[in-house]
Design a protein around this ligand. Structure first.
Ligand code: SIN
Length: 280
């Protein structure tokens, strides 16, 4: 597609694009049409130079769809749909470590997630992204056939990357609903994108517990193999934040992980989900 209103700069081969010089609070419908096309194509977009507070962040985000709910964090009083993720200098745990798609342990996980960088460390704290359509495409026809029809169980309590299930909480994220840590949902192991119709792998190393109807031990070798495919370097990209970046990623087609390599520095992001339907 040729872009006339925006000048996207691809992050790398597989995923992501940065768009500079656009004030998202002022963008017209022609600009939004190109942003939406780019979003489907690149799956993760980054707009530096935005000056947003929780309310204006929500307003801009609504251009991507209805804002959903994240069950485990308390939002801002003035805009409860937006919450803050903070890692203070003295903390060692971060939010979102380990490859995952967001909130897959709910029946209707968010179609997308918005992140806005408020404060960033002088080095580190990057986020990685991986293209799950490329990961699916890389499999043999035989394996694709075997995966068709399989469903995977996703659990809020499964946190292999070391999160809440390991008994740790993030001191600086206002957690709520900790009694709902048993949330669980079952989804197709290969999902079809609701807009583009493309197929993507939909299991992740953080929340997937097993394949429906299989034991965890039986599931583990296949799941581990799929995670290895998902995390192949050529399917990934990495974003280096500065303050004032509006970012959005497509949870139907991408995974992400927050790199925890900035102990001693503060990092703060505002975050909100864009509602999604039941994966098919
Ligand atoms: C997340 O939403 O998983 C966190 C991403 C980040 O803070 O980079």
């Amino acid at each position: 597609m040729e872009y006339r209103q925006i000048e996207p700069k691809p992050l790398c081969g597989a995923i992501g694009a940065e768009v500079c010089g656009v004030d998202l609070t002022q963008a017209n419908s022609e600009v939004w049409a190109e942003i939406h096309a780019l979003f489907r194509d690149r799956k993760a977009l980054f707009f530096p130079g935005q000056a947003l507070d929780p309310k204006s962040l929500a307003m801009v985000s609504e251009n991507f769809g209805e804002i959903g709910e994240y069950p485990f964090a308390e939002g801002f009083p003035e805009e409860p749909r937006v919450f803050s993720i903070v890692k203070e200098p003295e903390e060692t745990k971060n939010f979102g470590e380990g490859w995952h798609s967001d909130t897959t342990y709910t029946d209707c996980p968010p179609m997308a997630t918005v992140l806005y960088s408020v404060e960033t460390p002088p080095r580190g704290g990057d986020t990685m992204f991986a293209n799950m359509e490329l990961a699916y495409d890389s499999l043999s026809d035989g394996l694709k056939k075997s995966l068709a029809g399989l469903r995977a169980v996703h659990s809020a309590a499964v946190r292999k990357g070391g999160g809440r299930a390991a008994g740790n909480s993030y001191q600086s994220v206002k957690l709520v609903n900790q009694d709902k840590m048993n949330l669980e949902a079952t989804h197709p192991l290969v999902r079809t994108h609701p807009v583009t119709g493309r197929k993507a792998l939909y299991v992740d190393a953080l929340h997937t517990s097993h394949i429906e109807g299989w034991t965890e031990a039986e599931s583990a070798p296949l799941l581990e193999y799929l995670y290895t495919c998902q995390q192949r370097p050529e399917f990934t990209g990495r974003y280096r934040w500065e303050t004032g970046v509006f970012a959005i990623w497509d949870n139907c087609a991408a995974q992400h992980m927050a790199i925890n390599d900035y102990h001693g520095y503060r990092r703060e992001m505002y975050r909100l989900p864009i509602a999604g339907g039941r994966p098919v």
